[in-house]
Design a protein around this ligand. Structure first.
Ligand SMILES: O=C(O)C1=C[C@@H](OP(=O)(O)O)[C@@H](O)[C@H](O)C1
Ligand SMILES: C=C(OP(=O)(O)O)C(=O)O
Length: 443
């Protein structure tokens, strides 16, 4: 067994490092591909490893920018990270900052999950971020953290945030309608603070399956897991006995990134996608419902999904609780005859871009009409997709949606700022190339 101190992996791909442009030619796909590691699973595993006192081994660790940011954050908060035979060994004595500044990169989950953990410290701390994270709303913290004894100063509800704890759990009521990520952070922090007899009441929680994933990871790391009362309240009861044995956690395959691979199969050739757990609590497993409804060839087995094209028909889908599926669903709907109706547009406003508008603009360039009617998106599919120059808008899921839609377009498609994919899926272009997509770096 080898163990060395952790250094951030330098991703050696041809495409994603430069942020530049990638061109995709019309292509057919075939063969087998394994979904990447889920950043939702990996980031939670990092947080849970920090919170629990002891040793945790994370297998199948992710390498996305959001994952790297999570590893940086837990190291700043006192955890040590070592590489061990392809896994990561994380040792923690609990939250004990070694720096007064924490950088969450561009990760929405990162800031919203780690801010309450940062607030566990008595030390004055500053939280910063990058790119689109600088414009995403964080005013939740201004409102909620003072109720838990934390002093906070933000930049009018945006980053940077300065805070000083320690956070003290108590009964509280929060609004869950903007994002589930704030609740994920509070759940982790209440567990870190050994909360007993404290309840988090939540009004109008959205993205509920992400909270299931949080509770699952908390359980896997032997943290104190609250009782979930129908997603309306989360009740911490008496602490269970601390479990000090080493935790072994395997990061789940990513249904969010995997959704793009599955859509590639549905429109551009027979492929087998491996590494997706059919029993996962991940929200984006719901892509399967849309794939069944549109009529593609689909065979779901315990260890792999076989998927391929067939005459595709429009479908109806509610993405309120799985908003990250909008981009792959739009790519799919572009090739489905008729009007596909997707509900949940309001959930898209505060992602890496305003995704309803960026999907409308960038797919518009490819000749696909998207209409927005309040909370409903209507995609007019089956009229052909034309190759065009599109822009990721610095949003990983827009880049991947355009790339997949490009596979059966007429003519090549160039994606500007294509390297945005590194936020969640750094080797996305290599992966689609390995199953036959004709991709090249431009310039
Ligand atoms: O907890 C998570 O891992 C995430 C929750 C979702 O956010 P919201 O709860 O804001 O919808 C999702 O969009 C995001 O990509 C990841
Ligand atoms: C919105 C996303 O992530 P986050 O909110 O964690 O930045 C995403 O991955 O699409």
């Amino acid at each position: 067994m080898t163990s060395n101190s952790y250094t951030q992996p330098q991703h050696q791909d041809t495409y994603s490092g430069n942020g530049g442009s990638v061109t995709i030619q019309p292509s057919s796909v075939s063969g087998e591909i394994c979904a990447p590691a889920s950043k939702s699973s990996m980031q939670r595993a990092c947080a849970a490893s920090l919170v629990r006192k002891g040793e945790s081994i994370i297998h199948n660790p992710g390498i996305s920018n959001d994952d790297k940011a999570a590893l940086r954050v837990i190291q700043a908060l006192g955890a040590t990270v070592n590489q061990q035979d392809g896994a990561l060994k994380i040792t923690s004595k609990g939250i004990n900052p070694v720096s007064n500044k924490v950088n969450c990169g561009e990760s929405g989950l990162g800031i919203r999950m780690f801010a309450p953990l940062v607030a566990m410290s008595r030390q004055p701390m500053t939280i910063v971020g990058e790119g689109s994270l600088l414009t995403r709303p964080m005013d939740f913290f201004d409102e909620v953290l003072p109720q838990l004894g934390v002093q906070i100063a933000s930049n009018n509800g945006k980053l940077p945030i300065q805070l000083q704890g320690p956070l003290q759990p108590k009964d509280i009521t929060i609004d869950g309608s903007l994002s589930s990520q704030f609740l994920t952070g509070l759940l982790m922090a209440y567990a870190a603070a050994d909360a007993q007899h404290a309840t988090i009441n939540v009004i109008d929680l959205k993205s509920k399956p992400y909270v299931d994933l949080t509770l699952k990871v908390m359980k896997d790391f032997h943290l104190n897991v609250p009782e979930n009362n129908n997603y309306e309240s989360f009740e911490f009861k008496a602490q269970t006995e601390a479990n000090t044995s080493t935790v072994n956690y395997t990061v789940e395959g990513d249904w969010s990134g995997g959704a793009f691979l599955l859509v590639a199969g549905a429109i551009a050739g027979n492929i087998i996608v491996k590494g997706l757990d059919i029993n996962s609590t991940q929200a984006d497993k719901a892509i399967l419902g849309a794939l069944v409804e549109c009529g593609c060839k689909l065979s779901i087995q315990a260890d792999q999904i076989e998927i391929g094209p067939a005459p595709l028909k429009a479908f109806q889908f509610d993405a309120t609780d799985c908003p990250d599926l909008f981009p792959p669903l739009v790519a799919l709907a572009s090739y489905c005859n008729g009007k596909t109706v997707i509900e949940g547009v309001h959930r898209l406003t505060h992602k890496e871009s305003n995704r309803a508008l960026t999907l409308q603009d960038e797919f518009g360039k490819m000749g696909v009409q998207i209409d927005l009617q309040d909370n409903i998106m209507v995609v007019q599919g089956g009229n052909g997709v034309k190759g065009a120059t599109v822009h990721s808008r610095h949003d990983h899921r827009i880049a991947m949606a355009c790339a997949v839609a490009a596979l059966k377009a007429t003519g090549g498609t160039t994606i500007e700022e294509a390297g945005a994919v590194s936020k969640s899926y750094p080797n996305f272009y290599e992966h689609i190339q390995s199953i036959g997509a004709v991709c090249s770096v431009v310039g």
